[in-house]
Design a protein around this ligand. Structure first.
Ligand SMILES: Nc1ncnc2c1ncn2[C@@H]1O[C@H](COP(=O)(O)OP(=O)(O)O)[C@@H](O)[C@H]1O
Ligand SMILES: [Mg+2]
Length: 313
């Protein structure tokens, strides 16, 4: 059993064109654990699409190597494509064919047995909420519907690993919600998902792990907890305490804790910031009051991105 679903070493991709050279990937060491919802976060042009194409062997790396599910991305790309579902940046379907016909066609190309294919096509169309549109021509499909069909295509072979490149870009809110729900569900079932986006606020909160990429380099990667550690040590620890009664009194006591730099009360919620981890002191004081909840705050991926980006400049 291979430990990581994806593992790259010193991955470099240089595009050479008339305008000169672009280092789209500049020494990427990516490690994606199995069974997690992993975000690949970075602005436009940071190298997300290039990285995904290299992983599935659509692009050759200039140097370095990548293993996906234990297979080498250059020598064993067919093995990878057999096991990995990909939602590329732009998927082209045959517009004069229906949603079902498109999927059946793709499945046949992949050598799926006819009966399994028929069953599976109905299944994935239902999963992505296109059941009623299964026999409609793709020609009239909205962006949301096309993108749902692209997800159905990625799920067709019931792959253990999914690579989704900016799946929610330009989608209506219902489709975004459906995509997020499905991603979480698939990971619960044991699958691994790598999802790229520059919309950290839209997809960040569903990812438990991420790599933050900028100009072809990984700024930081790991679980939210791991990456929050350095952030908290530099920026402080945040807490939210929800109180049923006696809030003013509690606020006064909290202000006395060593290391606490900020305490504010708003609508029965007390926000606390501290230089160090004061969870124990807070709990012990809070136990004397009618406290509904005491929650240590995690930074958002957005805050983490800005933090790790700042560190490198
Ligand atoms: N086929 C290509 N030829 C030349 N340059 C490319 C090509 N594809 C991407 N690039 C450049 O590589 C960099 C990374 O692009 P890309 O991987 O598409 O980033 P992202 O997906 O994060 O927006 C950008 O500067 C982009 O202009
Ligand atoms: Mg891209």
């Amino acid at each position: 059993m291979v430990e990581h679903a994806i593992e790259t070493e010193g991955l470099v991709k240089v595009y050479r064109g008339r305008g000169g050279e672009v280092r789209a990937l500049d020494g990427v060491d990516l490690r994606v654990p199995r069974g997690v919802l992993f975000g690949l976060f970075g602005p436009n042009g940071s190298g997300k699409t290039t990285l995904i194409s290299v992983l599935i062997g659509l692009q050759l790396p200039t140097s370095g190597s990548a293993r996906v599910l234990g297979f080498d991305s250059v020598r064993e790309s067919l093995e990878i494509r057999r096991r990995v579902g990909v939602l590329p940046e732009n998927y082209g379907f045959y517009e004069h064919m229906t949603a079902r016909e498109n999927l059946e066609y793709l499945g046949r190309l992949d050598g799926m047995p006819a009966r399994e294919l028929k069953r599976r096509v109905s299944e994935v169309l239902e999963l992505v909420g296109l059941k009623e549109w299964a026999d409609a021509k793709v020609k009239g499909f909205s962006r949301g519907m096309t993108q749902r069909l692209a997800l159905a295509q990625a799920l067709l072979k019931d792959p253990e690993l999914l690579l989704l490149d900016e799946p929610t870009l330009g989608l209506d809110p219902q489709s975004v919600a459906l995509f997020k729900g499905l991603m979480e569900e698939l990971v619960k079932q044991g699958k691994t998902i790598l999802v790229s986006t520059h919309l950290l606020q839209e997809l960040g909160h569903i990812c438990t792990h991420a790599a933050l990429i900028r100009r072809g380099r990984i700024l930081a990667q790991g679980s939210l907890q791991e990456l929050s550690k350095a952030y908290r040590e530099a920026r402080g620890y945040g807490y939210e305490i929800s109180v049923a009664a006696g809030a003013e009194e509690l606020v006064r006591e909290l202000r006395g804790i060593e290391g606490v730099t900020y305490v504010a009360l708003e609508n029965d919620v007390i926000r606390v910031r501290a230089r160090q981890d004061v969870t124990e002191q807070l709990s012990s004081i809070a136990s004397k009051y009618r406290v509904r909840s005491l929650v240590p705050l995690a930074p958002s991926w957005d805050e983490l991105y800005r933090f790790y980006q700042g560190e490198r400049e």
